[in-house]
Each structure stands twice: as structure tokens, then as C-alpha cells.
Design a protein around this ligand. Structure first.
Ligand SMILES: [Zn+2]
Ligand SMILES: [Zn+2]
Length: 775
């Protein structure tokens, strides 16, 4: 296989996956907890020393090698010729320096001490091939452009958290004498992965002692020292640590070198960079621990991960902990249980059971889209759940996505549950001859999809095996792209607006190793840009360019929404696809042929169909297969994959947390609770419920033996949008006394309104899909 094709092929899996997941954030692989066969000796802190004494032998061994080689290196640097260099700051100001002497730290301190203290890391030559992050105290080697990045900068944060992982590693070695493995920064902090002696597990009772050791490391202000080592020296330095040995042998080519960093007694294999010294990490907290496997492979050793988070000041730590608390309060798994929305069962992990109240939300979301589909000229279809592998071979899934599908045998042939609807929709398009007059076809499908996620990776509704998407494939001509995309932006705005989400757009363009004609790409990207510009001009907010990040089969637009906690999620994607229509040899009659035909129908039969070699088609890679061009007078449609909610399951999780379970009236499964003042009003309670139900309002009643006050309190806690309290007086007037969940003033006494009027207002509130609970 030619290299270019190989590249393209290796990207298929990624491309298909990216599309498939529709932006779901990859949850980190969670390995099941290993059974604790052996309780660690003295696992709780009674009687156990804070740190090992004496320190593990490998510490001295590493330090000796480091000191010897560092002395040699320092000597070499001393020999380097000193030259004048120019350092250009962000504001264009130019400063003079000396090569191998002047460091970014010198420059920062020269401007202001506070600037140095705020700065986490330097970035050199941004936007050039030389762009690199540089330790603050590391002398510059030549003229450069210099940026000083604070903690608030995403790169600054990563470096800060990565440096904190080293501190945690040092503390762990001192406490456990463990073999460290890897310690990366993650989205909300960092972890260090390690093997404890005798396969022991980290205990919660280790958290405080670890934090105590960390505090002493921070006080010591240990500098992070960088040194480059040959592969042989590295193997010697880490000879007692099998994991570092593996990484060195696997990742570092013979005869080359890489860097280690030292802070205090810890010397770690690391490319860096880091903060200048451990004293920068003023706030540090161990958050949790878990078990994992070396390199994420269940056949490897089971390891322990300790997660932490750190900040340069107290306020940031405080804010972060508050945020976590609020996120936990809103956790959809917690609210899902409290509100009886859904559950999972070990009989089918990753496939959700929606309870009646959860299903109401599901159906309401679906009904909303169906209404929009009607208004926007979409056509809904239904398609099979399982397909013979021959279909997946044409689409390329069999070759590149098989691991993520559930496959099985039917009558001695291989089949799979569909992980996405696109190939089936290509069959629908191909079912009969298509004319340009029919385009665009907007083919919507709420089909059930299955993906083979590892059981350890499943989390609530955000990572599941069975789900439904609000999936649509638009088949259109190249000339229709701009209009279709503009239509999608309008659709996005209409949908997200109903939930109070704001959103951002990002255009990802042609990557290396793209397939198809460069002209097709250029035209399509120009059309997407045009649609994005129109959107911005129409008050839709700015969009960003993400050059080279498109899928190999077409450019795409990623849409990120931001929730009530300002967390960002990608739900929607708009993906252009030139490739799948090609794989399936889709075509439509262009206007020329169609006109000719209406003149003389006979020509139709005489049109020679391009012959395809059926046998060849079945074999080999769908992408390397030679695909005949459309027959004369026909053209290939462009396919646009698009989803707005993404998966219903994940979208419901996001909505649950966004609203913290306080559903807007139109989505709420608990819209009204009717409560009698005394049992004699029970009949009227039932009558009110019946009237509400006639208007399809979800109304419950409470005619239990509890007191009225208790019933009101329970309904308030259940977050009913409206509570109606009725007694003899209301019955006589055919009225209700109602309280609005989101209006504190109405909670105390309520307000008496005629039942007719109340129902009319509620119906309006629902049908307008208003987000506020105001009448
Ligand atoms: Zn590091
Ligand atoms: Zn698709």
C-alpha cells in the first residue's frame, strides 16, 4: 500500500470515530478495581511513619548519576560561546540578552518581580516551526520571540499541574517506596500512576500524609533542574523501575537521548517543561485514587493512580472546590435517581432503562425536533438495526471500526449492530434513481445505535453502549452547501436557544492525507466560510478556524455549547463528506439529462450503466477500491452528517446538570401537583387533575394521609413547576390556588385563579417552550 493511502487509512478509524462520537469527550479508561487481596500493612496511618526511613535505595543511585552528569553538562555550557541575542516581547519591545546566559526569568524579573511570580512558563516563537515551551530559568540559546504565560493560560495551567504531578510523585516515593510510572496533567488537575510494593493499594488514609509531605516539598522550593541523558544512562538511572525501563526501551531510539528533570530527591524521565521550583505550588490537594493498568492494557500490571489538583493561590483552590461541590450536586446520575428518571442494570451495562418520568423528557425532546423537522423540510425514515458485514465493508467500518461494533453470526455470516446510520441512509438514497429536482434530501432517523464501549469506560448517560441520535444526513449538490449550512445554523440557534445554551463554532479544514480532489475541498471550505460569515454578520457570534483538523473525507464545523456552570460540551457536529457517497457510488441525474429525458423517455433505457466489477468490490479495502465516476449526465451528491442534540442520552445528562433538575415547564415530567386542603376536597382534586390531563399536562395528585403542609413540602422538594392547593372555596369557584416553583413570593400563600385560566396559561407556557416558569 502506498504511504499516502496507508496514512489515509490509518486516519479512517479516527475520522469515523470522531464523527461517530459526535464530540463526546473521551472518558478516561477506568479499569475495574482490583480485589484487595491483601490489606496493606499499616494501611491506615496509626503507627505508620509518614515517610520511609531510610529512603529507598534507588533514590541515591539516581541522584549520584544525575550529579555526575549535571556537573559535566554545566561545564559544557560554560564553554559555549556567548553571543548577543535579541528577545522580542509580545508588545514588540526588543531586549538585548546573551546566549546561554539570559533566561526568560531574567527578562520577567527585569520587567517586574510580580510578573516573574505570576509567570508559569515561557513560550518561544509562537506560530513558527520553532514554537516551544521553555523553562523560565533555562538560558535562551538564540534570538527569539518570547511570551510569558501565567497559570490562567491553558498551557500555563498544564505545566503547573504537570509540575505538581512531579511533587506528588516525590511524595509518593518517599511515603511508599513505589515505582512511578506516568504523571500527566488532565482536564481538572493531574495524576500520578505507580506500583506500590507488594501490589498494595493506596488508601484514603494516605491522602493527608501525602499532603503533609507535599507541603514540606513546597516549603523547600526545590528547583526543577533539566538534564539531557543518553539512552544508556537512562537505562542505568532507572534500572530498578520496570515501567520506566519499558518506556525508555519503547520510546527512545538507540543512540539518542532525552531529558530528565530533578526536583529534590526525585529524578523523573520527562520532556518538561516545569515551573521554576516547587514553591510555586501553594495549594495542593489529593482528590481521589483508583486502580488502572500499565499502558491501559488489562494484560499488564495493575497500578494505582493518585489524582490531585493544585493552584497558585488559596482563592483559586476555594473556587475550584466550590465548583466541584456544585457539579456534584447537579450530577445527572444523582438527580436521575432522585427524580426516578432512569437507571442502569448489570444485565445490560451501558444501556439505559428510562423510567416513565425520564421517558417523558426523552419524548418531549424528540417531539420538539419532529416539529422542527416538519417546518424545515426534513423527512424521517426508519432503518434496520443490524446489517450484514458486506455493508460495513463498503462503508469502511468493517476495516477500521470493527472493534467498536457489536458483531455476531447469522446463518454463518458476519453481522453487526449499527454504530451509526449513515451507511443505511446511503442505501435509502440508492434505493431508486434520484433526480436533481429532489435535492436536497434531508433524511432524519432516530435509529437505535450500539457501540462496543469497554465496560470500565461506561459512565452514566454520558458514555453508553446503546443510544439514539437526532441524526440527519443531507444529500445535496455542491451548489446547495452554503444554503444547507446556513439552514443548520438557524436550526442550532432555534434548538439551543430553547435551553438557554450559548454556542461557539469552529471550522476544521483539510488535513494532510485528505482524500478527493483539492478543488472540491477548496470550494466546500469557501462555502462553509461564507455560511459562517453570514451567521456572524447576522449577530450569531464569532467563529474560529481550526486549520488542518478536518476529517480526511471532508471539512467540518464543531459546535460547542456552554452550560449553566460554564462547562463546555460538544454535542452538535456538521460534517461534510465527499467520501461515503463515493463508496456507495451514489448519483443523481443532473438537469441536462433530466431535460433530455423528459423529451425522449427511451434514452433512459439506452443509457449505458457504468459496469462495476462486482467481485473486486467485495474484496479489499473500501478506500483503495477503484470506484467508477458517475455515469454521463449524473453527478455525485455531497453528504452532510449532522446532529444537534448528538445523542439523546448524553444530551439529557447535560440538560439535567444544566437545569440542576429544575426542568422548564415544557420539558418537565412533574408539571403540576394538586393537593387538597382537607380530605373533603379529594373529589375536586381528581377533577382538576382530569381537566389538566385533558390538555396533556403532567398532573399528579396527593390524596395520601399526610398533612397538607407535608404534601406541599414534598411537592416542593420534587421540584413540581406548579403546586395547586384546593379546598371548598376553590371548588365552589372552580378555581385553584397555585404556587410557582420559581417565584418565592407565591410559595407562601399562593394565588387564586380560575381553573380555566390557569390551564390556558399553562398550555401557552408549554407550547411556547419558555425557559422561565413565568405565567
Ligand atoms: Zn515533567
Ligand atoms: Zn452520519
Amino acid at each position: 500500500m502506498a504511504e499516502a493511502v496507508k496514512d489515509a487509512v490509518s486516519q479512517v478509524a479516527e475520522g469515523v470515530k470522531n464523527l461517530a462520537v459526535a464530540g463526546e469527550q473521551k472518558a478516561e479508561q477506568k479499569a475495574p478495581k482490583p480485589k484487595k487481596e491483601k490489606k496493606q500493612k499499616g494501611g491506615d496511618s496509626d503507627g505508620r511513619p509518614l515517610m520511609l526511613d531510610p529512603v529507598p535505595e534507588y533514590i541515591d543511585h539516581r541522584v549520584q548519576i544525575f550529579e555526575k552528569l549535571k556537573a559535566k553538562y554545566d561545564e559544557e555550557v560554560a564553554q559555549k560561546p556567548r553571543e548577543k541575542i535579541t528577545v522580542t516581547l509580545e508588545d514588540g519591545k526588543m531586549l538585548e540578552g546573551e546566549s546561554w546566559v539570559t533566561s526568560p526569568a531574567d527578562i520577567a524579573r527585569g520587567i517586574a518581580k510580580s510578573l516573574f511570580e505570576r509567570t508559569v512558563i515561557a513560550r518561544l516563537d509562537k506560530g513558527t516551526a520553532e514554537e516551544t515551551l521553555w523553562d523560565l530559568e533555562r538560558p535562551l540559546e538564540k534570538s527569539c520571540k518570547l511570551e510569558l504565560l501565567p497559570f490562567e493560560h491553558p498551557e500555563g495551567k498544564r505545566v503547573f499541574w504537570h509540575s505538581s504531578a512531579h511533587i506528588l510523585g516525590e511524595a509518593s516515593e518517599r511515603r511508599f517506596g513505589c515505582d512511578l510510572c506516568i504523571g500527566p496533567p488532565i482536564e481538572d488537575g493531574f495524576y500520578y500512576e505507580m506500583a506500590l510494593p507488594e501490589k498494595a493499594a493506596v488508601e484514603q488514609s494516605d491522602y493527608k500524609p501525602l499532603e503533609t509531605i507535599v507541603n514540606s516539598i513546597v516549603k523547600e522550593k526545590q528547583p526543577f533542574q533539566r538534564l539531557s541523558l543518553s539512552k544508556d544512562d537512562l537505562l542505568e538511572m532507572f534500572k530498578s523501575n520496570p515501567y520506566k525501563q519499558h518506556i525508555i526501551k519503547d520510546k527512545i531510539a538507540d543512540g539518542t537521548s532525552t531529558t530528565v528533570y530533578r526536583n529534590g530527591p526525585l529524578i523523573d524521565l520527562c520532556r518538561g517543561p516545569h515551573v521554576p521550583h516547587t514553591g510555586r505550588v501553594k495549594q495542593f490537594k489529593v482528590m481521589k485514587n483508583s486502580a488502572s493498568y500499565f499502558l491501559g492494557d488489562a494484560n499488564n500490571d495493575s497500578l494505582q493512580r493518585i489524582y490531585g489538583v493544585s493552584f497558585p493561590d488559596k482563592d483559586s483552590m476555594h473556587e475550584h472546590l466550590k465548583f466541584l461541590e456544585e457539579a456534584a450536586r447537579r450530577d445527572h446520575r444523582k438527580i436521575g435517581k432522585e427524580q426516578e428518571l432512569f437507571f442502569f442494570h448489570e444485565a445490560s451495562p451501558g444501556s439505559c432503562f428510562f423510567l416513565p418520568h425520564g421517558q417523558i423528557i426523552y419524548n418531549t425532546l424528540q417531539a420538539f425536533l419532529r416539529e422542527e423537522y416538519w417546518n424545515r423540510g426534513y423527512q424521517e425514515v426508519g432503518s434496520p438495526n443490524m446489517f450484514n458485514s458486506s455493508l460495513w465493508k463498503v462503508s469502511g467500518h468493517w476495516q477500521h471500526y470493527a472493534e467498536d461494533m457489536f458483531t455476531f453470526d447469522v446463518e454463518k455470516e458476519k453481522w453487526a449492530l449499527k454504530p451509526m446510520n449513515c451507511p443505511g441512509h446511503c442505501l435509502i438514497f440508492k434505493h431508486r434513481e434520484r433526480s436533481y429536482r429532489e435535492l436536497p434530501i434531508r433524511m432524519a432517523d432516530f435509529g437505535i445505535l450500539h457501540r462496543n464501549e469497554a465496560s470500565g469506560a461506561l459512565t452514566g448517560l454520558t458514555r453508553v453502549r446503546r443510544f439514539q441520535q437526532d441524526d440527519t444526513h443531507i444529500f445535496c449538490t455542491q451548489d446547495q452547501i452554503t444554503e444547507e449550512i446556513s439552514g443548520l445554523f438557524d436550526f442550532l440557534r432555534a434548538v439551543y436557544g430553547k435551553f438557554g445554551f450559548t454556542f461557539k463554532l469552529k471550522l476544521s479544514t483539510r488535513p494532510e492525507g485528505f482524500l478527493g480532489e483539492i478543488e472540491t475541498w477548496n470550494k466546500a471550505e469557501a462555502k462553509l466560510t461564507e455560511a459562517l460569515d453570514q451567521f456572524t454578520a447576522g449577530g450569531g457570534g464569532a467563529w474560529e478556524l481550526n486549520p488542518g483538523d478536518g476529517a480526511f473525507y471532508g471539512p467540518k464545523i464543531d459546535i460547542t455549547i456552554s452550560d449553566a456552570l460554564k462547562r463546555e460540551f460538544q454535542c452538535a457536529t456538521i460534517q461534510l463528506d465527499f467520501q461515503l457517497p463515493n463508496q456507495f457510488e451514489l448519483e443523481y441525474m443532473t438537469s441536462e439529462v433530466a431535460t433530455a429525458k423528459s423529451k425522449d423517455d427511451k434514452t433512459k433505457e439506452e443509457q449505458p450503466k457504468a459496469e462495476t466489477q462486482k467481485d473486486e468490490k467485495k474484496e479489499g479495502d473500501a478506500l483503495t477500491k477503484k470506484i467508477p465516476p458517475p455515469q454521463p449526465g449524473y453527478a455525485r451528491p455531497v453528504m452532510i452528517h449532522r446532529a444537534i442534540y448528538g445523542s439523546f442520552e448524553r444530551f439529557i445528562a447535560i440538560l439535567t446538570e444544566h437545569f440542576a433538575g429544575r426542568w422548564p415547564f415544557w420539558l418537565s415530567p412533574r408539571q403540576v401537583m394538586v393537593i387538597p386542603v382537607m380530605p373533603s376536597a379529594n373529589d375536586y382534586v381528581k377533577e382538576v387533575q382530569a381537566e389538566l390531563r385533558k390538555q396533556r399536562i403532567h398532573a399528579d395528585i396527593d390524596i395520601s394521609g399526610n398533612t397538607m403542609q407535608k404534601k406541599i413540602r414534598t411537592a416542593q422538594l420534587s421540584l413540581y413547576n406548579y403546586i395547586m392547593v384546593v379546598g371548598a372555596e376553590e371548588q365552589e369557584k372552580k378555581a385553584v390556588n397555585w404556587r410557582n416553583r420559581d417565584d418565592q413570593a407565591s410559595q407562601q400563600r399562593g394565588e387564586v385563579v380560575p381553573l380555566d385560566e390557569a390551564i390556558k396559561k399553562l398550555v401557552q407556557l408549554r407550547d411556547e417552550r419558555r425557559i422561565e416558569n413565568h405565567i
